[in-house]
Design a protein. Structure first.
Length: 132
């Protein structure tokens, strides 16, 4: 029963593969909703797109960011990200720094009961994302 509910909730996140497990979708954008224990600043927009070639990119709310990533089953790791260098309000710059620091600590991913993609560090709370 619990498994059936889980599959029903996450059916939209499946990428057409034959297994019943949720899949991280490539060539698809996700909006960041939380970085660890903190939600995003109101009206800011952070995003991640996972390209099929192992590159991730998106918006930090101020700058464009990019990094290579490796994905194997539930394990995901990002190389040190780069970004453009536009200056924004101090609060947005602090949020951007928290995100770029957090992405380098990610070790695994899953999907929670709300359908959010979660990128988990070795310690602490995940980066939580919602499909666009």
């Amino acid at each position: 029963m619990r498994r059936a509910l889980y599959l029903a909730l996450f059916g939209a996140t499946l990428s057409g593969c034959s297994s019943n497990a949720p899949q991280l979708q490539t060539e698809h954008s996700y909006d960041v909703e939380w970085i660890g224990e903190r939600p995003l600043i109101d009206n800011s927009h952070l995003s991640i797109t996972f390209a099929a070639d192992g590159r991730a990119h998106g918006n930090t709310g101020c700058n464009h960011w990019f990094a290579n990533y490796t994905l194997e089953k539930q394990t995901i790791r990002f190389e040190t990200p780069g970004s453009t260098r536009k200056q924004c309000a101090p609060a947005l710059m602090e949020q951007e720094k928290r995100f770029l620091d957090a992405i380098t600590q990610v070790q695994r991913w899953d999907v929670n009961v709300l359908g959010q993609l979660q990128l988990w560090p070795a310690k602490g709370k995940p980066i939580r994302l919602q499909a666009e």
